[in-house]
Design a protein around this ligand. Structure first.
Ligand SMILES: [Zn+2]
Length: 127
């Protein structure tokens, strides 16, 4: 067991983000923690109760765009009969990313817009 704190930098102001439990932040416990940059209204959740961030900090606009990406992509593997790994290798190929980079939680505004555009035009699911 390690109690080492992960230093998470806010991509907007470059200051270290504050580590908080969901109870401290929302006043309600969701079984996970988060990193918050209050001046930028940027945040990112952690894997469960750990300190590993799920991606990079996102402000309101980026949080919305990432949610839209997930809303369009997740149903394919959650109930569309496509394997999650297939969806993510398609994501890598279409976006020209490595397997480490192909996570919506790591996407910036431009990457989200590109992906949403491909999804809207039906290009994402075509070869
Ligand atoms: Zn910040």
């Amino acid at each position: 067991m390690t109690t080492k704190t992960t230093e998470v930098e806010c991509p907007y102001c470059k200051n270290p983000a504050k580590f908080m439990t969901s109870f401290e932040f929302y006043g309600k416990s969701y079984g996970s923690n988060l990193y918050v940059c209050e001046p930028c209204d940027a945040r990112v959740g952690t894997h469960g109760k750990g300190r590993t961030p799920l991606g990079t900090l996102a402000d309101g606009q980026l949080r919305n765009l990432r949610m839209m990406c997930h809303a369009k992509i997740d149903p394919a593997w959650k109930k569309g009969g496509v394997r999650r790994s297939t969806v993510y290798s398609r994501l890598q190929r279409k976006m020209g990313l490595s397997s480490k980079e192909a996570h919506i939680g790591l996407f910036n505004v431009n990457q989200c817009r590109r992906l949403l555009g491909m999804l809207e035009r039906g290009e994402f699911w075509n070869d």
